[in-house]
Design a protein around this ligand. Structure first.
Ligand code: ATP
Length: 361
């Protein structure tokens, strides 16, 4: 990031728990108003980062700079940071309005000001008619919104969200994702969101940081991560993909020519391009493969046979056995109603150079 004044600056953050290295020299900036998601498998260090940002955990090494000040050793209550927990952590014996006012009282705000601020945030989140209800009288989605209202009420500079949608069923989750994103846009707040759900991360984030074993695997926009995965880990963790392993045959400008079981394929070169003869893996998303009845005028084209298909509602997943390449299967998504037939007729599969990301490992 080149933001001259990021809201958060994470510098060389390292956290050891005994022998376990939870975070390994993490350095990155978070811009003001950004919706940044930390994404990765269980144990990769997402929550540890979030807890260090919140002041609930001290790093072994490294610093956290918030709004220009070093807050690494500052306790949570001194920071301009608030948090939404997965279980919402609403006080069951308090009404919605009392839950929302609680943090404002802790800040020593006057009664009239608390009422004004609490009413404002409840109305902003369309909760004004729920003020006198208790959490048990609310749906899961409403509770989630109250938790968000409570966290936003003291006007924190940074909001930390630790898998806050984990308790919602799939349908409601989709709705709340949209809602949360819209609230973030309207408040211009900086959201630091943690999830292991790649779909959720793609839907909501301005930027995704993929963590693996306490290190940044890739940092970019959802589109960059999806279409230009830098590593095999990212290509497999985000979405579904075809991984083609072969050898580098040569380079052409910003492209790499690879040999894949005797087929010549071209894709976008990764950073620090490998040399001729070195092994390389390419990633092609399923929806980027196109079906043709004859060899297409495309930089990448292979012939094969459809050996299986699965109806998925909006689309069909096709399995293609590539001719003359033992055990080489490609998977493709096609329109659910126009999919090719399973059978012995040959089909041509083509894809563009920029649909194929060459991976670094
Ligand atoms: P999850 O999605 O399962 O919550 P995560 O990516 O948030 O995973 P962390 O909770 O940050 O992962 O944990 C990173 C590593 O540090 C894991 O190996 C975990 O077991 C370890 N760890 C985290 N907290 C502690 C602790 N208090 N004591 C010992 N080990 C810990």
């Amino acid at each position: 990031m080149t933001d001259p004044e990021p809201l958060v600056r994470i510098e060389g953050l390292t956290k050891h728990f005994g022998e376990t290295v939870a975070l390994d020299d993490l350095t990155l900036d978070i811009a003001r108003g950004e919706f940044v998601t930390f994404l990765g498998p269980s144990g990769c260090g997402k929550s540890t980062t979030l807890r260090i940002l919140g002041g609930f955990e001290r790093p072994t090494r490294g610093r956290v700079i918030l709004d220009g000040a070093d807050v690494t050793n500052q306790p949570p209550e001194k920071r301009q940071v608030n948090m939404v927990f997965q279980d919402y952590a609403l006080f069951p014996h308090m009404t919605v309005a009392q839950n929302v006012s609680f943090g404002l009282e802790l800040k020593g705000m006057g009664k009239a000001e608390i009422k004004r601020r609490s009413d404002e945030i409840l109305s902003f989140l369309e909760l004004e008619s729920y003020g006198s209800r208790y959490p048990i009288q609310l749906s899961g989605g409403q509770r989630q919104r109250v938790a968000l209202a409570r966290a936003l009420a003291p006007d924190p500079a940074l909001l930390l969200l630790d898998e806050p949608l984990g308790a919602l069923d799939a349908k409601l989750r989709g709705q709340v994702q949209q809602e949360l994103k819209s609230i973030q846009r309207r408040t211009h707040k900086t959201f630091f969101f943690v999830t292991h759900d790649q779909e959720e991360a793609l839907t909501m984030s301005d930027r995704i940081v993929v963590l693996n074993h306490g290190r940044v695997e890739q940092d970019g926009t959802p589109e960059e991560l999806y279409f230009r995965p830098a590593s095999r880990f990212v290509a497999e963790f985000i979405g579904e993909t075809n991984l083609l392993s072969g050898r580098v045959r040569g380079k052409e400008d910003d492209k790499i020519v690879m040999d894949w079981h005797g087929q010549t394929l071209r894709g976008l070169a990764p950073q620090g391009s490998p040399d001729q003869g070195e092994p390389i893996t390419a990633s092609v998303r399923l929806e980027k493969l196109q079906f043709h009845s004859e060899r297409p005028e495309m930089p990448n084209a292979v012939r094969g046979r459809v050996v299986g298909k699965t109806f998925l509602g909006s689309r069909m997943a096709m399995e293609i056995a590539v001719d003359d390449v033992e055990d080489a299967m490609l998977r493709a998504y096609v329109d659910a109603e126009t999919g090719a037939r399973v059978g012995s007729d040959p089909v041509w599969i083509g894809w563009d150079v920029d649909s194929m990301a060459m991976l670094t490992d």
